[in-house]
Design a binder for this molecule. Structure first.
Ligand code: ZN
Length: 197
C-alpha cells in the first residue's frame, strides 16, 4: 500500500536487530505521524553519526571520533587494559562502570570452524600496546564460550613474556554466556572478582 520510499524505510528498519517487519511498520507509522518531534530529530542524529563514524585506531571501538571517547578520556586509568571480543562487549562492560581502564577490541574470536586465525584478530596490535609499556594489568574479558576461552588462553600465552598481571573474569559468568547479554550485576561481579589466568 505504501510508496516505494516508505517501503524502503520499513525494510531498512526491519533488518535491524531486535526489530522485524511488524515492529518496523509500527516504527515507521510513528515517525510519519510525528514528523517534527520524531522523524526530523532521527534524521539529524543518523546523519551526524554517519558523517563522523570511525573505528578507533587505538582500541577498535566504533565512535564518532578517532581516537574514541574512551581512549581520550583523561580520567581513565591508563595502566589497566580490558580485552574484549567485540565492540558490543566493550559497551556492555563500560555500562557497568566498574572497569576504570581502557579497552582493546579483538574483532572476534579464534575459531577453527569459521577459519578465524590469530592474524585475523587484532592480537598483534594488542601485543604492541602492551610492549609499549605503562600497562600493569590486562583483563581478558572473553565470552564464556569454548571459542572465547580458547582465544583467552591464546592471548594469555602471547602476553606471557611481558611484566603484566593477566587476569580473567571470575566464574559466575554462566557457561556459554556472552557478555552483551549478561545483566549488569552479574557482569560487575565477574569483573570485581577477576582472578589470574
Ligand atoms: Zn579507542
Amino acid at each position: 500500500m505504501a510508496s516505494p520510499e516508505i517501503d524502503a524505510l520499513t525494510q531498512a528498519l526491519a533488518r535491524l536487530p531486535g526489530l522485524g517487519p511488524r515492529s518496523a511498520r509500527r516504527a515507521v507509522l510513528h515517525l510519519l505521524k510525528r514528523r517534527e518531534t520524531a522523524l526530523a530529530p532521527l534524521v539529524l542524529a543518523l546523519q551526524a553519526v554517519e558523517a563522523r563514524l570511525s573505528t578507533c585506531e587505538i582500541c577498535g571501538n566504533v565512535d564518532t571520533s578517532n581516537p574514541c571517547a574512551v581512549c581520550t578520556d583523561p580520567r581513565r586509568d591508563t595502566s589497566a587494559l580490558c580485552v574484549v571480543e567485540e565492540v558490543a562487549d566493550l559497551w556492555a562492560l563500560d555500562r557497568s562502570r566498574l572497569f576504570p581502564g581502557r579497552y582493546h577490541v579483538l574483532g572476534g574470536r579464534l575459531s577453527a570452524l569459521d577459519g578465524v586465525r590469530p592474524e585475523n584478530l587484532s592480537i598483534d596490535a594488542l601485543i604492541g600496546r602492551v610492549a609499549a609499556g605503562g600497562i600493569d594489568e590486562v583483563v581478558l574479558a572473553m565470552n564464556a564460550t569454548l571459542e572465547g576461552q580458547t582465544t583467552m588462553h591464546y592471548v594469555a600465552d602471547r602476553l606471557g613474556d611481558f611484566p603484566v598481571r593477566v587476569m580473567q573474569l571470575a566464574h559466575g559468568m554462566p557457561v556459554g554466556g556472552e557478555l552483551d547479554y549478561l545483566d549488569e550485576g552479574t557482569l560487575a561481579q565477574a569483573l570485581r572478582a577477576r582472578r589470574p589466568v
